[in-house]
Design a protein around this ligand. Structure first.
Ligand code: ZN
Length: 148
């Protein structure tokens, strides 16, 4: 467990310092804003959805290291995925951080599994899931998401 913790911290710090896909794309056809009032995290997720496939995904915003790292890693995981695959990953990620991880789905999550550590910290669960809720809102054609 301590190895996982160390990895978790390193990866989070790295993504916080150099968030991937941290930009507003020139072309996008979906976007949504997310807000986590408990922590103050705010972000906007941009998506380019082509025939049910996420051909580009990026984000902007400000927040704690966990929300930023979660958004950064989410964009890496979702580029090129279909909306069905994305919905499945959303559910799996959500189950993992809230504590009902299922052995069968663990593989799909890949390096997103480092966020399993946040389940020990209920306040942080909302930081880790905010980017995902915001992405889901964009996919569902809603413009705002909240963790409340
Ligand atoms: Zn936060």
């Amino acid at each position: 467990m301590s190895e996982l913790n160390e990895l978790y911290q390193q990866v989070i710090l790295d993504h916080n310092k150099k968030p991937r896909n941290f930009r507003k794309p020139e072309v996008f056809n979906r976007s949504a804003q997310g807000h986590n009032p408990l922590c103050g995290d705010q972000l906007t997720v941009y998506l380019q959805l082509d025939n049910g496939v996420i051909s580009d995904v990026a984000f902007e915003g400000s927040g704690c290291a966990i929300s930023k790292a979660a958004a950064s890693m989410m964009t890496q995981a979702l580029k090129g995925k279909t909306t069905d695959e994305t919905n499945r990953l959303f559910t799996e990620f959500h189950q993992m951080v809230t504590g009902d991880e299922n052995e069968e789905t663990a593989d799909d999550l890949g390096n997103l599994r480092i966020f399993s550590g946040v389940r020990e910290f209920p306040v942080r669960v909302k930081c880790a899931t905010l980017p995902w809720h915001t992405l889901k809102a964009a996919l569902d054609n809603q413009t705002t998401a909240s963790t409340e």
